[in-house]
Design a protein around this ligand. Sequence first.
Ligand SMILES: NC(=O)c1ccc[n+]([C@@H]2O[C@H](COP(=O)([O-])OP(=O)(O)OC[C@H]3O[C@@H](n4cnc5c(N)ncnc54)[C@H](O)[C@@H]3O)[C@@H](O)[C@H]2O)c1
Length: 416
Amino acid sequence: MCISFSISSFCVLTCNVIFSIAEMDYGISSRPRSQLAVKVVVVCSLTLVFMFMLRQSSTAPERVMFSRHDGITHVLVTGGAGYIGSHAVLRLLEDKYRVTIVDNLSRGNLGAVKTLQQLFPGHDRLQFILADLGDTEAVDHIFSSNAIDAVMHFAAVAYVEESVEEPLRYYKNITSNTLILLEAMKKHNVKKLIYSSTCATYGEPDKMPITEETPQKPINPYGKAKKMSEDIIKDHAKTTDLAATILRYFNVIGSDPKGILGEAPPPEFRQHGRISSACFDAALKITPGLKVKGTDYKTKDGTCIRDYIHVTDLVDAHVKALEKLRSSGVSIYNVGTGEGKSVKEFVDACKAATGVNIPVTYLGRRPGDYAEVWSDPTKIKVELNWSATYLDLKETLAMAWKWQQAHPKGYQSAAL
Ligand SMILES: NC(=O)c1ccc[n+]([C@@H]2O[C@H](COP(=O)([O-])OP(=O)(O)OC[C@H]3O[C@@H](n4cnc5c(N)ncnc54)[C@H](O)[C@@H]3O)[C@@H](O)[C@H]2O)c1
């Protein structure tokens, strides 16, 4: 904006100056005014053309590639600096997609973005935009200045306990921001969406495993905000040609097998920590030990049962969903392994994977938690030909542990 404003001002100024000189000439010259006027117009036009070309060539490479449809699918990845989003970006870039990350870095890592930029340095592969999805104007500008073909919407605050303490933050960040995103997509004719939802939208069903037909009765603001977003997407798709896939993830763990990326929540969010990073923090002695919340659930060993899905498998489900998006309408899939593991089993696997005898303290239940949750992934297997491949907890955690050991301070200690 600023650049274009100053260049046009300069051109106008240049023309004015030339006209003034010409006017002065008329006073002393005997040449006809019409001949001089033509020359002045030609000089002004050439100056404008020159300035326009200069502007195009100085800003061209990045803007043109991201703002032009050229047969390469350009995916806007919201929350691409976060744990799951960054893994999705890695896979998309490996698969030759063009990617724009939008993230406010409130909970993500610039280090993850830099790692990806170093791996894919081309000016037409990956761009990062620092913006908040709650900023309607910024979101509109992203869509108006980039040729986006599809959106993967990961950005969200995503801690159950925090959502109980600060429900308004969750409804705003998850539900309201999804609305803003959908409005911008509609305005700019972007019709493809993959939405990150969660098994928390089911609450605590009577019957396990959970299928996509299991009634959604969320019991915490996080799950409720996600369900509301799902409902908005479904209603919106009824009257438009939006093609959306809603993926309801179970508990996501692990990191990419090549050791490029990992899970590194900012230190201030460690207190809300998910089980895998909490285990690693304890193994690295960043925290004194592990706190297991709730030992009196009606489960095989009293601790909660969860379905732990590897982030690489999860990202694969996203790419398959994107490839198979219908021309319109909404598809919904559970993304899990189909197996439930107890928190105690998880802790044992973590001890075995790290080789550290992590001290464990058993505490009362965490507010907003539920006893057992695991998926029936049949639908996604049948319709998208997807199934989880990483089923061994110890192996998965050993893989992630390697990244954690190499990055004990998260991305800060990466060589950037
Ligand atoms: N991790 C899990 O086990 C799990 C399970 C189910 C669903 N999910 C969903 O997956 C998605 C990604 O989760 P994650 O574990 O990678 O979380 P994360 O916190 O690592 O990543 C979220 C990213 O979104 C960004 N963000 C948040 N609010 C934003 C805003 N207003 N504008 C722009 N950027 C914003 C953060 O900075 C962060 O980089 C979320 O939608 C979450 O609800 C995660």
